[in-house]
Design a protein around this ligand. Structure first.
Ligand code: MG
Length: 456
C-alpha cells in the first residue's frame, strides 16, 4: 500500500519518533529516483538538521544522484538556487518552518524552484513505498558543498528594488531572525541596503532559545518593544525558514504588530501603484481590504483555494504580478514563484522611502473586522454540511465554492465556512466593515452549522 507522506508543507514529524533516519534515508532514495540528476540540499538551524540531511544525502547518492549541499540558508534561497542553476534538477529543504524545535521536515523543490505539486509528491510516495534499487559502487553519487547560495539570493532580491534610493534614506530596522535560517542573509540584506540594523536572535543556535519560531505578536514582545524604544523605522521578523516576514510599524515610542493581511495589502498596493496596474492573486480567506486597495490602485484581483503553491501556480498561469497569503507569505512574480521573506523586506523598505512611514501606510488602509469561529464536524459529514449551508444561505446572496463555502452579502461582508484538511473541524471566518455585523453573522453560522451537525 502506498503511504501518504507529504502534508501541506512537506514531510514533517518529531525527531526520532515519526521523523527519523530510516525514513530520511528511504525518502532520499525515493526523491533521488524521482529527480534522477543533481540535487541541491539545505537546512534551517535546527539541531537535527545535520542528522536528517546526512541520511537524505546518503539515500540520494545510493541511487546515483550527485548532491550540492548549500548549508544553512532560507527556503527561498535554495528555491532561487534550484531555479537558476542549469545542472541542478531539484532541491530538498530540511525544515519544519515555524514548528517547535523537536520537529523537522523534508520539503521537495521542483526543477523551476517552485514548491512540488501534489501529483509529483504522489510519485515520490509510490517510490518510497516500494523496493528501491541502489547503484553499484561505481555508479553512486558524490557530494559537494557550495557556500555562495545565500549571497546570490540576496543579490537577486536587490535587483528588484531601488538600492540607491533605500541607501540614501539611512533607515533603521530592528531585525529578529528567530535564530533561524535567515540569521546570515537578512543582516546581509540590511548591510547592502545601508540600513542600520539592530539584530535580535541572529545566531544559528538550533534550539530557537530566543522565542518560539512562529512570528506571532506574543512571541515578538522584545522586537515590538525595541522597535518603539530605539525609534526604528521598522521591526522585522521571520519564521524558522524565512519564507515569511512580518513587520512592526512604529507609532510614536510604541511598536505596532502588523497582522499579515496588512503587509499583504500594503505590498500589493505598492506593486500595483508602481506598475500602474496588474493582477494580484490571494486565497478566498484573505481580507477584502486587499481587493479594495488593489482595485483603487488600478489593478485586479483573483481568488484561489488556500495554500501558497496554489497561489503561485495560478500566478504563473495568469501572468499575475503579485500574490500572497495573510500569514505574511508573499510571492513576487518578477523574482520567483514562491513565498519570499527577504524580497518582502526589501519591498517594505522601498515602500517606506517612497510612500512614507509604515504606520501612516497602515492608517491609510480601509478597516474591516474579522470574527473567527471553529466548530466540530465528523469528516464524513463535511460535504453534507457544505450542501446544507449552501441551500440555507444561497438565496439572495452570491456563493463562491473555490474552497469550502463563501457567502457574499450585498453590503460587502462575507462568511467563509472552510473544512480543515486534517482535523474533523470547520473554520468560520466572518468579515464586514461593521464590527457587530461580522460578529452576529459568525455567531449565526456557528449555531446553524452546529444544529445541522448535531441533527436538529
Ligand atoms: Mg516557513
Amino acid at each position: 500500500m502506498v503511504q501518504r507522506m507529504f502534508g501541506t508543507n512537506g514531510v514533517r514529524g518529531v525527531i526520532n519518533e515519526d521523523m527519523n533516519t530510516d525514513l530520511a534515508l528511504q525518502m532520499g532514495k525515493a526523491i533521488g529516483k524521482f529527480f534522477g540528476g543533481k540535487v541541491a540540499i539545505a537546512t534551517d538551524t535546527r539541531v537535527s538538521g545535520d542528522m536528517i540531511k546526512s541520511a537524505v544525502c546518503a539515500g540520494l547518492m545510493a541511487v546515483g544522484c550527485d548532491v550540492r549541499d548549500l548549508g544553512i540558508v532560507p527556503t527561498p534561497a535554495i528555491q532561487y538556487h534550484v531555479k537558476t542553476s542549469d545542472r541542478i534538477v531539484g532541491g530538498i529543504m530540511i525544515t519544519a518552518s515555524h514548528n517547535p524545535p523537536q520537529f523537522n521536515g523534508i520539503k521537495c523543490i521542483d526543477f523551476d524552484g517552485t514548491e512540488m505539486p501534489r501529483e509529483k509528491e504522489e510519485k515520490i510516495e509510490i517510490l518510497y513505498s516500494g523496493n528501491i534499487e541502489c547503484k553499484p559502487w561505481n555508479g553512486i553519487g558524490v557530494l559537494e558543498t557550495y557556500e555562495g547560495a545565500g549571497e546570490e539570493y540576496i543579490d537577486a532580491v536587490l535587483s528588484h528594488v531601488d538600492v540607491d534610493l533605500i541607501r540614501k534614506a539611512k533607515l533603521t530596522a530592528v531585525v529578529d531572525c528567530a535564530n533561524g535560517a535567515a540569521y546570515q542573509t537578512t543582516p546581509l540584506l540590511m548591510k547592502k541596503l545601508g540600513v542600520r540594523a539592530i539584530t535580535l536572535n541572529a545566531d544559528a543556535q538550533g534550539e530557537f532559545p530566543g522565542h518560539p519560531s512562529e512570528p506571532t505578536e506574543d512571541n515578538l514582545a522584545d522586537l515590538i518593544a525595541l522597535t518603539g524604544s530605539v525609534k526604528a523605522d521598522v521591526g522585522i521578523a521571520h519564521d524558522g525558514d524565512a519564507d515569511r516576514a512580518v513587520f512592526i510599524a512604529r507609532k510614536g515610542k510604541k511598536g505596532y504588530y502588523m497582522p499579515g493581511d496588512k503587509s499583504l495589502a500594503i505590498v500589493a498596493k505598492t506593486i500595483v501603484t508602481d506598475l500602474g496596474g496588474g493582477q494580484v492573486v490571494t486565497p478566498v480567506s484573505s481580507s477584502s481590504m486587499v481587493e479594495e486597495v488593489v482595485k483603487a490602485a488600478g489593478g485586479s484581483l483573483i481568488y484561489t483555494a488556500v495554500g501558497s503553491p496554489i497561489v503561485a501556480r495560478r500566478m504563473m498561469k495568469e501572468g499575475s504580478v503579485f500574490g500572497g497569503e495573510e500569514n505574511g507569505g508573499l510571492i513576487f512574480a518578477d523574482h520567483q514563484y514562491c513565498r519570499d521573506g527577504a524580497m518582502t523586506i526589501a519591498k517594505i523598505l522601498e515602500g517606506i522611502v517612497k510612500y512614507g512611514p509604515l504606520y501612516d501606510q497602515v492608517e491609510a488602509l480601509p478597516v474591516y473586522y474579522v470574527e473567527k469561529r471553529k466548530i466540530e464536524c465528523p469528516n464524513h459529514r463535511k460535504d453534507g454540511l457544505i450542501e446544507y449551508m449552501k441551500d440555507t444561505y444561497s438565496v439572495g446572496n452570491k456563493v463562491d465554492t473555490t474552497d469550502g463555502l463563501k457567502i457574499l452579502y450585498d453590503d460587502g461582508g462575507w462568511v467563509l465556512l472552510r473544512p480543515s484538511g486534517t482535523e474533523p473541524i470547520f473554520r468560520i471566518y466572518s468579515e464586514s466593515k461593521d464590527e457587530n455585523l461580522a460578529k452576529d453573522r459568525a455567531i449565526e453560522f456557528e449555531k446553524v452549522a452546529n444544529d445541522f451537525v448535531n441533527g436538529q
